[in-house]
Design a protein around this ligand. Structure first.
Ligand SMILES: Nc1nc2c(ncn2[C@@H]2O[C@H](COP(=O)(O)OP(=O)(O)OP(=O)(O)O)[C@@H](O)[C@H]2O)c(=O)[nH]1
Ligand SMILES: [Mg+2]
Length: 521
């Protein structure tokens, strides 16, 4: 039976370290999807957040791969995707942004608008994704609240419309003024932020003497904002002209309840989507879904490969036979899972906005569409211009088979781009990355997951341009350029430097040499 509860599907995005995984944890904790935040298990640094499950993520305290979580709150089904902030992994973050209806942007109160944050704001604007801004780490000294609003307006061109306003400056976080009701939401700390933070709502005349001074400041600023047309306007928010702002301390679970409520009240529900041919699928139409991520290695006990698909339209029912748009072949969905970080549970049905994990769906790749009824194919996800290149070889020739399999799997997941040419043969594929940390992930996963040690040797190329078969032929054998083919069939011309790329383009005006979207930081 279809599940009629409303859906909210959003990504948590930002520059590295602003607190995305911590906030993800806090949201799940508040919705009672988990009982205790990982912050405590990790003795202060959250080494065990549900979304950072990969060994390398725990060891380094950073997110490397996006993680999906689903939970229920106020009778809404919430689908949340925590993304990695590091620009080396930005392809993964962009893939996620193709599968969500809104984004929660975190801003570190102490650092303001950092480069990757600015970049992500631009991506959301381009894709028409409404953004909710959370000023995080308000428990630590930082910039002034009004100063941060100015930064958002000036640097991003979005009008900030705060829904809550901090009571107490950064470093002295006592609570927030709920700008919709005028109440003081007063927070109380809990040990290490491990459990939900209790809060009380006070009317202005109930504010105690201790807080009177900072409360008066907050009220004054709130009134200033009112004069400045900084009040929420739903149409302007959905159209991407304004961003609602909240203040929080993810680590202490402050502001988390307000954020969840805001997401339910204001963030857009799943809507219609357009296929490559311009046809439109409405949520009530036949089932269709879009694969935005492929991941393996979540369970060390057995080989698993999960294709994450966002349901775009219709009701998904486990066992239904769908069509794989890329091949036109039928695809049986016998093994479908709901995902919670690395945990999965069998799922019987799913609705538009939900993210399902299809198990061992080896034919499904990132960007693929599956559907029933009328054919539909959603636009592919962009791949970025690689700027780092290595050749890979098996560290242990006796494990060459595992080496091949590992490379193929990591290629399908999009951990790196894998390139080959007849000239080089298949022994030593070329790996291409947006950022060098991607190679570290390859090395770690090849060693630990595929038990196939890997060796890299750096290639002296700095950039790649897209070409076609004719271009590949024309450029073959030329100095300072090498032609390789990516596993999706794209021909890439690798150049030693900008200068060589320019000269080649000048001397061969008839050859296709197209720049790829830039991804790196
Ligand atoms: N004081 C304080 N620290 C916080 C807060 N939120 C997160 N942190 C800390 O900031 C650090 C980074 O937090 P993460 O949640 O891993 O940040 P992230 O944005 O997920 O980082 P990446 O995924 O690597 O981009 C951790 O040490 C957190 O404990 C907060 O509200 N206050
Ligand atoms: Mg993280």
């Amino acid at each position: 039976m279809p599940d009629a509860r409303p859906r909210r599907t959003f990504a948590v995005i930002s520059h590295p370290d602003a607190g995305k995984s911590t906030l993800t944890e806090a949201l799940a904790l508040h919705a009672r999807a988990i009982n205790e935040a990982g912050a405590v298990h990790g003795k202060g640094d959250r080494r065990a957040t549900v979304s950072d499950w990969m060994a390398m993520e725990k060891a380094r305290g950073i997110s490397i791969t996006s993680a999906a979580l689903q939970f229920v709150y106020r009778d809404h089904v919430v689908n949340l995707v925590d993304t990695p902030g590091h620009s080396d992994f930005s392809e993964d973050t962009y893939r996620v942004l193709s599968a969500v209806d809104s984004a929660v942007m975190l801003v570190d109160a102490g650092k303001g608008l950092e480069p990757q944050t600015l970049k992500l704001f631009r991506v959301c604007a381009l894709r028409g994704i409404p953004v909710i801004t959370v000023i995080n780490k308000w428990d630590r000294p930082g910039l002034s609240a009004l100063g941060l609003m100015d930064l958002i307006q000036e640097k991003i061109g979005l009008r900030p419309t705060p829904l809550t306003w901090p009571v107490g400056e950064a470093g002295d976080f006592r609570g927030v003024l709920d700008r919709r009701t005028g109440e003081f939401v007063k927070y109380t700390r809990t040990a290490g932020g491990a459990t939900r933070a209790p809060e009380v709502r006070l009317s202005p005349d109930e504010v105690g003497a201790d807080d009177a001074h900072v409360w008066a400041d907050a009220v004054e600023e709130h009134e200033l904002l009112g004069l400045d047309e900084a009040d929420h306007d739903q149409d302007a928010f959905l159209a991407g002209r304004t961003t609602p702002v909240m203040f929080a301390s993810a680590l202490q679970n402050f502001g988390v309840a307000q954020l969840l409520d805001l997401l339910l009240d204001l963030a857009p529900a799943p809507g219609p989507a357009e296929g490559v041919d311009g046809s439109v699928r409405r949520v009530a139409d036949d089932f269709s879904a879009f694969v935005f991520k492929v991941q393996s290695g979540m369970n060390a006990a057995h080989r698993d490969r999960l294709a994450y698909a966002r349901v775009v339209s219709g009701t998904f029912e486990r066992g239904m036979v769908v069509t794989h748009a890329a091949t036109g072949r039928p695809f049986a969905t016998k093994f479908a899972q709901a995902v919670f970080g690395r945990e999965t549970t069998s799922v019987e049905t799913a609705e538009p906005g939900d993210i399902i994990g299809l198990v061992n769906a080896t034919s499904l790749r990132v960007g693929d569409t599956i559907y029933v009824g009328e054919p539909i194919e959603y636009p592919p996800v962009p791949t970025f211009a690689p700027e780092h290149f290595v050749t890979a070889s098996a560290g242990d020739i006796g494990r060459y088979k595992q080496f091949r399999r590992g490379i193929e799997q990591l290629d399908q997941e999009g951990v790196v781009q894998v390139l080959r040419s007849d000239l080089r043969g298949d022994q030593n594929p070329v790996l291409a990355a947006v950022g060098p940390m991607q190679f570290e992930v390859v090395e770690d996963r090849m060693t630990n997951e595929f038990n196939a040690p890997i060796r890299f040797s750096r290639l002296d190329y700095q950039l790649a341009r897209r070409t076609d078969a004719a271009g590949a032929e024309a450029l073959a054998g030329m100095r300072g350029v090498e032609i390789l083919q990516r596993s999706d069939g794209t021909h890439l011309a690798l150049f030693v430097d900008q200068w060589r790329a320019k000269v080649t383009a000048r001397d061969h005006p008839d050859v296709l040499l197209e720049a790829l979207p830039a991804g790196g930081g």
